[in-house]
Design a protein around this ligand. Structure first.
Ligand code: GTP
Ligand code: MG
Length: 138
């Protein structure tokens, strides 16, 4: 079975949405393989977001992601990488469909960075890489 790295970002954590996100993950049938709460440092985030380095939203993104606690979760289940991204919805909460985490709960728009509650790995390669970064002992 597949694994994916899910993050409840600082906006989701601060709004008390960690349980709601995990509820949806478990309701879908995915299991939780590992979980930790931490405030990520810039070094970890630079590696996590290496593909976005140089883009206009990169600095605000790293600033935002290091601004407070995040819940990092390894989820497990058949095709859970694609499946979690479907649960999360589109990146921009203003266009994310109702029924999705971002569509139902996203409400921070018009800012320099999209505060969109969650992150989910976007491919098996990303998932392996990201799980290694956030859970080096796994
Ligand atoms: P993640 O699951 O968080 O990786 O979201 P994603 O895969 O839907 O988006 P992507 O990896 O392309 O971008 C990572 C994060 O950068 C997003 O979740 C947003 O918070 C932010 N971001 C991406 N694109 C933009 C953009 O065009 N403008 C702004 N302001 N922020 C962006
Ligand atoms: Mg992404």
């Amino acid at each position: 079975t597949e694994r994916s790295l899910v993050l409840v970002k600082p906006d989701g954590y601060a709004r008390g949405l960690t349980g709601e996100v995990l509820r949806r993950v478990e309701a879908k049938g995915y299991t939780l393989a590992a979980l930790q709460v931490l405030t990520p440092g810039r070094e970890l985030l630079a590696q996590h977001y290496a593909e976005h380095e140089g883009k206009p939203f990169y600095e605000p993104l790293v600033e935002f992601m290091s601004s407070g606690p995040v819940t990092a979760v390894v989820i497990e289940g058949e095709r859970c990488i694609e499946g979690f991204r479907a649960l999360a919805g589109a990146t921009d909460p203003t266009t994310a469909a109702p029924g999705t985490i971002r569509g139902d709960l996203g409400r921070d728009w018009g800012e320099k960075v999209q505060k969109n509650i969650v992150h989910g790995s976007d491919s098996p390669e990303s998932a392996d890489r990201e799980i290694g970064l956030w859970f080096p002992n796994l």
